[in-house]
Design a binder for this molecule. Structure first.
Ligand code: HEM
Length: 465
């Protein structure tokens, strides 16, 4: 069985149809040949863009000469109401300075320090879902957004999602997404200003509300740091780390921008990957049983960082889910000067599209590219492709700083959930992947969820959380 893949568009379509498709969903707007091509050029009257699937080109853009391929200003323009000058959208020296302060917070040992928070959020999700298992079907993407938001609030600010401000931020984000259905990747293209995209009044209002809430949290934390009463979490670490080159710290205002991106990048993405992981396990019950068995053996009643190393199958499943449904399916860079790619000349200002979505399913690189096979990571082809053609977290200096965090959080929460419950597909609309802010199912993912064993440690734990 092949897990859902969006139907490609016909090879040739008019520009208008293309733009319409693009605005509706970037994945189904692409022709099937992109799964075989090393590079493809798109010409429109407004811009030229080049999708790069050749691993050597991807390497060049992300790792070889990344400073020659900055993020485009349009991306910044589109995301500014929500993200201000956060590290996700800045370039050059501003970006480098921000990374010098942020990176130490995510280095090796820090993931270990956030582990108990990840565990607590995972167990809280087991409790929440446990209370609803009698119901017909549960929409799992929503549940995964909830748990991932919980993880990020606990790790950043030491507060659970039930905290009044945390839950207000979470609901404001949900409202923001509803108000901004065009916050999809299509909106990042350099279309002329008259094509309606971001900055509708509602979008601006929800962005302002989120930022006001985050500013409250950040100001409170700045005061606690000054008073010496701040908890030792990611927010404190980032706010107290001086730039190794200049000694300067983030101002409270700068920190608001960074918190906005940590929250957005840190919960939407993990939620997407977890939702697809569970959905895939519901389609492949044999794998689900193996993950459940592994989890029952590896996890105890409380947080034990060493258990993470024993969750090999959960990690392989999570990795395979991000191969088939990379949460960030495409990202865009811009050429600063003329470049020659595979014999074609790219003008300055051309859009360079890196597409994990296509690279991860490339027919000339992967064995069984559209199939679900978590065992592939142990094969020669899987290992080679993991090195050359697998970039769910991007690569090079702009690689996701939360990658290590996500690779701990994802397999752990997956294992906690599968230890407690059995997941089966439920009736309802078919699951169709579309690119919203991250790759989601167009109409959600509805699953039937049943407790595995009323006496298992996870369920008795549940009552205590
Ligand atoms: C499964 C989970 C995640 C995935 C798949 C993911 C993926 C990515 C990708 C592909 C990028 C690069 C985007 C681009 O270049 O345009 C990125 C950047 C970023 N991610 Fe993640 N991410 C995840 C989780 C997290 C977490 C947990 C955090 C923080 C707590 C985080 C924070 C960031 C930040 C701050 C950036 C911007 C880095 C820069 O531009 O220098 N991400 N992420």
């Amino acid at each position: 069985m092949i897990p859902p893949k969006p139907a490609p568009r016909p090879d040739r379509v008019t520009l208008w149809r293309y733009l319409r498709l693009f605005r509706a969903d970037i994945l189904s707007a692409q022709p099937a040949r992109l799964y075989r091509a090393w590079m493809a050029e798109f010409r429109t009257p407004f811009f030229r863009s080049y999708l790069c699937n050749d691993p050597a080109l991807v390497d060049l853009v992300l790792k070889g000469r990344p400073m020659d391929f900055p993020k485009s200003d349009r991306i910044r323009e589109g995301l500014k109401p929500l993200l201000g000058d956060s590290v996700f959208i800045t370039n050059g020296e501003t970006w480098a300075r921000q990374r010098r302060i942020i990176d130490p917070a995510f280095e090796g040992g820090r993931v270990r320090e956030s582990f108990a928070e990840m565990w607590a959020a995972g167990q809280a999700a087991v409790t929440r879902i446990g209370m609803r298992t009698g119901q017909e079907a549960i929409e799992i993407e929503e549940e995964m957004s909830h748990v991932a938001a919980d993880v990020i609030f606990r790790a950043l600010f030491s507060i659970p999602i039930e905290d009044a401000t945390a839950s207000a931020v979470f609901s404001a984000f949900r409202a923001h997404q509803r108000a901004a259905p065009v916050v999809n990747l299509g909106a990042l293209l350099p279309l002329p200003a008259w094509v309606p995209r971001f900055h509708r009044r509602e979008t601006r209002a929800t962005a302002a509300r989120i930022r006001a809430l985050i500013a409250g949290l950040t100001e409170r934390r700045a005061a606690e740091i000054a008073a010496g009463t701040a908890p030792d979490d990611l927010a404190t670490k980032i706010m107290t780390t001086p730039d190794a080159e200049t000694g300067a710290r983030f101002s409270t205002a700068e920190m608001v921008d960074q918190v906005a991106i940590f929250f957005l990048a840190g919960h939407e993405t993990s939620a997407s990957a977890l939702g697809w992981s569970i959905f895939l396990l519901s389609l492949f019950p044999g794998w689900q049983e193996r993950v459940a068995e592994e989890a029952a053996g590896a996890l105890g009643a409380g947080p034990d960082f060493a258990a993470l190393g024993r969750l090999k199958l959960a990690r392989a499943v999570f990795r395979e889910a991000m191969r088939l449904y990379p949460p960030v399916p495409m990202f865009v860079r811009e050429t600063r000067a003329a470049e020659t790619f595979r014999g074609r000349v790219l003008a300055p200002g051309a859009q360079v599209v890196i597409s994990p979505w296509h690279l991860h399913r490339h027919e000339r690189l992967w064995d069984n590219p559209d199939g679900f096979d978590p065992a592939r990571w142990e094969t020669e082809n899987g290992r080679a492709c993991q090195r050359q053609a697998y970039i769910p977290f991007s690569a090079g200096p702009r690689v996701c700083p939360g990658a290590g965090f996500a690779m701990a959080e994802g397999p752990l929460i997956l294992a906690l959930l599968v230890r407690a419950f059995r997941f089966q597909p439920a009736d309802g609309p078919p699951v169709v992947p579309v690119a919203q802010l991250t790759v989601r199912s167009r109409d959600g993912i509805r699953l039937r969820i049943t407790p595995r064993d009323a006496t298992s440690p996870s369920v008795s734990d549940m009552k205590q959380t």
